[in-house]
Write a protein that binds this ligand. Structure first.
Ligand SMILES: NC(=O)c1ccc[n+]([C@@H]2O[C@H](COP(=O)([O-])OP(=O)(O)OC[C@H]3O[C@@H](n4cnc5c(N)ncnc54)[C@H](O)[C@@H]3O)[C@@H](O)[C@H]2O)c1
Length: 250
């Protein structure tokens, strides 16, 4: 736990969906949350997240920032530490899909998904790691996906980015463990958010048919696991990819 119980969390992609649920699960007086987002065309969802967290007594800031931009991320994290003195928690949650079968997958869609989903995890984790190592305290949680382990037709770019997060997590966990910084990933299955709302009805039915618990997951299911991993009770867990999918993948 941080000194004086004052903690600072950075959450990427915090305006809606799983990111917003993570912020709400962590939100409490004494915690400062700084999140980013990249929603077109406006900041409406981000403003709602800010209001919801403030209602829980949490100090919160939201900025529009592309997590795949290395330089912008370095400056963003530097600013967080200048304003708030420390950074205790990083949740790498921002992500996108640009699905297509391999034969039709455009280079631009391969590059975009790898940049937003995987390079961002490097950008943000490297930026916070130097402060966390100095503090001798840190918690990094990245949101991967079950398809990073299972594969999924039509998602070669997305699955590759999420499998990349898994390898990155295990390597960095080994590097940072001696400084009391834990690094883990959560691999959710099918979670009801705007991202999955875009899927064709047939694809949704196919996912649901594969879930032994017989229901889609909710953003809060993911958020509660993040909350545990960043808590004192989760302090002996590092280098893990924890699956959360209603039994879809065992
Ligand atoms: N929904 C699911 O079923 C599911 C399953 C497994 C993993 N995930 C992963 O969980 C994470 C959150 O997904 P979601 O369903 O809540 O998605 P969502 O589309 O509802 O929200 C995505 C968030 O990421 C932000 N974002 C997108 N591009 C960005 C960029 N370039 N820079 C900064 N922020 C950016 C958006 O502004 C938004 O806040 C993603 O990494 C996703 O791959 C989702």
């Amino acid at each position: 736990m941080a000194e004086n119980d004052k903690r600072v969390a950075v959450v990427t992609g915090g305006s809606k969906g799983i990111g917003r649920a993570i912020i709400m699960a962590l939100a409490e007086p004494g915690l400062t949350v700084v999140f980013n987002h990249y929603d077109p065309p406006d900041d409406k969802a981000a403003d709602e997240t800010i209001q919801m967290a403030r209602d829980k007594g949490c100090e919160i800031e939201g900025v529009r920032l592309d997590v795949s931009d290395y330089q912008a991320v370095q400056e963003f994290i530097k600013g967080v530490v200048e304003r708030h003195d420390r950074v205790d928690i990083l949740v790498n949650n921002a992500g996108i899909t640009r699905d297509n079968l391999l034969s039709r997958l455009k280079e631009v869609d391969w590059d975009a998904v790898l940049a937003v989903n995987l390079k961002s995890v490097f950008n943000c984790t490297q930026a916070v790691a130097r402060y966390m190592m100095k503090q001798r305290y840190g918690r990094v949680v990245s949101i991967a996906s079950v398809v990073g382990a299972m594969g999924n037709a039509g998602q070669a770019n997305y699955a590759a980015s999420k499998a990349g997060i898994m390898g990155f997590t295990k390597s960095v966990a080994r590097e940072l463990a001696s400084r009391n910084v834990t690094v883990n990933a959560i691999a959710p299955g099918f979670i009801e958010t705007e991202m999955t709302a875009q899927l064709p009805e047939k694809a949704k039915e196919a996912f649901l048919a594969q879930i032994p618990l017989g229901r889609a997951g909710q953003p809060e299911d993911v958020a509660q696991l993040v909350k545990f991993l960043v808590s004192e009770e989760g302090s002996y867990i590092t280098g893990q990819v924890i699956h959360l999918n209603g039994g879809m993948y065992m």
